[in-house]
Design a protein around this ligand. Structure first.
Ligand code: ADP
Ligand code: MG
Length: 262
């Protein structure tokens, strides 16, 4: 069954959207069926997938508020070879409108229920705040992937986030787990980054992905071409790192399956 992964960190600029776009494309390149849901009104994941947020007809607003059928809202086969639920400024209105509904925390979960099985992976790009959209993402997800920069205070922020995820989970989604912690924009020459990285591994052990995403200019440039880095410069360190991450996630999934069957 399709795995739903919320990509979240209440901090902005840590690489949530970059991770969504490039990981979705990398998994799609290994013939997995992938859906990316942009829940950030900034619509960066939408633009970075080659879909014009100003032109797109339907967004997460139509899915969550108007209850339009998924098939009418989804943008099929984007530049990254995955499907997309787009976002733009309308999604800000969704956040407000959601407050009017009964069972407002589970609108996304309900909207995805009929189509989950069509995908191997569904990623949700969360806004950098803890609003009703993020709550919807957390209640729809099986697990949370947390991208983070290894800088001073990062661990504090991470502990706070994991605390919040735990609290939310106990209210709306008791099965919610941490999928993994991803070190992004990593510079191995930076001593502080190395120290924080070591502490991260001490605290969170196996939850920290072995794959590290380096700081790489191609990852920052690719969105302006409306494509994931692997279609813009496939030999770049950034594109390769996200392909490696996709491999790690697939292997982890297989190991979990094997353990369950044993
Ligand atoms: P978030 O979604 O958490 O706000 P983004 O993915 O939008 O973060 O990243 C913030 C900025 O940093 C963007 O301009 C993005 O292009 C850039 N960026 C993200 N990851 C990398 C990386 N590994 N190397 C270089 N630039 C990056
Ligand atoms: Mg973002």
């Amino acid at each position: 069954m399709g795995k739903v992964i919320a990509v979240a960190n209440q901090k902005g600029g840590v690489g949530k959207t970059t991770t969504c776009i490039n990981l979705a494309a990398s998994l799609a390149a290994t013939r997995r069926k992938v859906l990316l849901i942009d829940l950030d009104p900034q619509g960066n994941a939408t633009m970075g997938s080659g879909v014009d947020k100003y032109e797109v007809e339907n967004t997460a607003y139509e899915l969550l508020v108007e209850e339009k059928p998924f098939a009418d809202v989804v943008v099929k086969d984007t530049q990254g070879k995955y499907d997309l639920i787009a976002a733009n400024g309308d999604v800000t209105a969704a956040e407000i409108k959601l407050m009017e509904f009964f069972a407002r925390e589970v609108r996304l979960r309900n909207a995805l229920a009929p189509i989950r099985d069509q995908y191997d992976f569904i990623f949700i790009d969360c806004p950098p705040s803890l609003n009703m959209l993020t709550v919807n993402a957390m209640s729809a997800a099986d697990s949370v992937l947390v991208p983070m920069q290894c800088e001073y205070f990062a661990l504090e922020g991470l502990t706070a986030l994991i605390d919040t995820i735990g609290k939310l989970a106990s209210m709306v989604n008791p099965g919610l787990g941490i999928e993994g912690i991803l070190r992004t924009m990593y510079d191995p020459r930076n001593r502080l980054a190395n120290d924080v990285s070591d502490q991260l591994k001490q605290h969170f052990g196996e939850k920290v992905y072995r794959t590290v995403i380096p700081r790489n200019i191609r990852l920052a440039e690719a969105p302006s071409f409306g494509a994931p880095a692997m279609y813009y410069d496939k030999s770049s360190a950034g594109a390769k790192a996200y392909l490696a991450l996709a491999g790690e996630i697939i292997r982890r999934g297989e190991q979990t399956q094997a353990k369950k069957q044993a």
